[in-house]
Design a protein around this ligand. Structure first.
Ligand SMILES: *Cc1c(COP(=O)(O)O)cnc(C)c1O
Length: 378
C-alpha cells in the first residue's frame, strides 16, 4: 500500500474565517464570560433540538456531572450505563458517589440494550445513562418505558449525536436530560464545552446553581441589598466562557451541512465496504438517522489473517489515522480496583476485540474514503 502524503486523522474540527471573526468580536466586547453569548448559545441549542431549556457548561463531562446532581444521584444509588463509551458517561455518577452498573450492548447497533437494562434494575437504581454511540440514537422510547416503570431518571449522553434523529425528531427531547459535547472532534465545537438540554424547570434551576458554586442572587436583593448573594449548596465553577459560546453560535450555523456531509461520506464507506466480506459495516436502527460522529467497523481478523493490532499499525504507517472506540469502561484499572470483573458484558467485550474506527469528518474529500478502502482491498 502506498503511503498517503498527509496524515488523515479519525476526526477533526472545521474552523473558518467567520468562526474566527466571531471569537475576535467577543474578545473586544465587555464580556469574556457569563455575558450575552452564553444565553444566545443556549437558546440556539435549545431551539435546534426543540427543547425548552439548555444549560452551557465548561465541557461535556461537567455537564453530565451537573445532570447527575440535578437528578439527585447520591451515595447508595445505582446508575446503569453502557461499557462501550468514553469514561465520562460512568465517571459523572461516580462523582456523586453512586455505584455504576454496566448493561451489555445490542450486537447490531452497538448501543446499550434496553432488555439488558431491565435485567440490571434493582430498587436502588436511580438513573440510566444511555449513550448514542457513534451518533446512532439509542432506542430512547424503550429506555424511557423501563425508566418510568422503575421511577428512574434518564440522562442521555448525546456527545456524539447532536443533529441525529429518532423517529423524525432531533435527539434531545425524549430523555429527562440530554448532554451534547463540543470537544473539537464532536459534531460542532467550542474547543471545550458541553450543554444539557431539558424540558424540566426543576432540573434546569438545579443545574444553573450547580455550575456556579451553588450561589444564588435572585431572592435577596430587595430585603438584603443589591450586593447580597447566598451559597445554598456545594457547587462548582463549571461555567463556559462567552468566547467559547461565540464560537459555538457561529459553528451552529453550519451544523446541518456538517451532518449532511458526514452522512454522504458514511454512505460512501458503506457502499464500498459491500464488496469486502471481511469487514462489517455499521448498521442503523430503523426510524433513526445517525449523525455519524464515528464510523466503526468490525474486522474478521481470521479471514484477514492479521491481528487488529497489526492492521491498526499498518494503517497508521500508511498515514490513515484509524482509532479504536472504546475500551470497555470497566476494564480500566480504576474500575477494576472497584471490583468489576472481565466477562461482565460478553457482547461488548467480543465486539471491542474486532472494532476499528475509520476516519470520518466533514472536511474529508471522497478521495480520502477511497484511500481507506483501497488499503483494505490491496
Ligand atoms: C466526548 C464525550 C464525553 C465528554 O465530553 P467532554 O466535552 O470531552 O468532556 C462524554 N461522553 C462521550 C460518549 C463522549 O464521546
Amino acid at each position: 500500500m502506498e503511503k498517503r502524503k498527509k496524515f488523515l486523522p479519525y476526526g477533526q474540527q472545521w474552523i473558518e474565517e467567520d468562526d474566527i471573526n466571531a471569537v475576535v468580536e467577543t474578545l473586544k466586547s465587555p464580556f469574556l464570560t457569563t455575558g450575552p453569548k452564553i444565553q444566545e448559545f443556549e437558546e440556539t441549542i435549545a431551539n435546534y433540538v426543540g427543547a425548552k431549556y439548555a444549560v452551557a457548561f465548561s465541557n461535556g463531562t461537567a455537564a453530565l456531572h451537573g445532570a447527575c446532581y440535578a437528578a439527585g444521584i447520591g451515595e447508595g444509588d445505582e446508575v446503569i450505563t453502557t461499557p462501550i463509551t468514553f469514561a465520562s458517561s460512568a465517571n459523572c455518577a461516580r462523582y456523586m458517589g453512586a455505584t455504576i452498573v454496566f448493561a451489555d450492548i445490542d450486537e447490531h447497533t452497538y448501543n446499550i440494550n434496553p432488555a439488558e437494562i431491565e435485567k440490571k434494575i434493582t430498587d436502588k437504581t436511580k438513573a440510566i445513562i444511555p449513550v448514542d454511540f457513534t451518533g446512532q440514537p439509542v432506542d430512547i422510547d424503550a429506555i424511557m418505558d423501563v425508566a418510568k416503570k422503575n421511577d428512574c431518571v434518564v440522562i442521555e449522553d448525546g456527545a456524539h449525536s447532536l443533529g441525529a434523529e429518532y423517529k423524525g425528531e432531533k435527539v434531545g427531547t425524549r430523555a429527562d436530560m440530554t448532554m451534547f459535547s463540543f470537544h473539537p472532534v464532536k459534531p460542532v465545537t467550542t474547543a471545550e464545552g458541553g450543554v444539557i438540554v431539558t424540558n424540566n424547570k426543576e432540573f434546569y434551576d438545579k443545574m444553573i446553581l450547580f455550575r456556579s458554586h451553588g450561589i444564588t442572587h435572585t431572592p435577596y436583593a430587595e430585603e438584603q441589598g443589591g450586593w447580597y448573594y447566598e451559597m445554598i449548596d456545594l457547587g462548582y465553577n463549571y461555567r463556559m466562557t462567552d468566547i467559547q459560546a461565540a464560537l459555538g453560535i457561529s459553528q451552529m450555523k453550519k451544523i446541518d451541512s456538517f451532518i449532511e456531509r458526514r452522512r454522504e461520506l458514511a454512505a460512501k464507506y458503506t457502499e464500498l465496504l459491500q464488496d469486502i466480506p471481511y469487514i462489517k459495516a455499521p448498521k442503523q436502527l430503523e426510524n433513526t438517522e445517525s449523525g455519524w460522529h464515528l464510523y466503526s467497523v468490525q474486522l474478521d481478523t481470521k479471514q484477514i489473517g492479521k491481528s487488529r493490532k497489526q492492521i491498526f499499525e499498518e494503517m497508521r504507517e500508511a498515514n490513515i489515522g484509524v482509532h479504536v472506540h472504546y475500551i470497555p469502561v470497566y476494564w480500566h484499572p480504576y474500575y477494576q480496583q472497584l471490583g468489576y470483573k472481565k466477562g461482565l458484558c460478553p457482547i461488548a467485550e467480543k465486539w471491542y476485540e474486532n472494532a476499528l474506527t475509520l476516519p470520518l469528518f466533514p472536511k474529508m474529500i471522497d478521495k480520502d474514503v477511497e484511500d481507506v478502502i483501497n488499503f483494505f482491498t490491496k
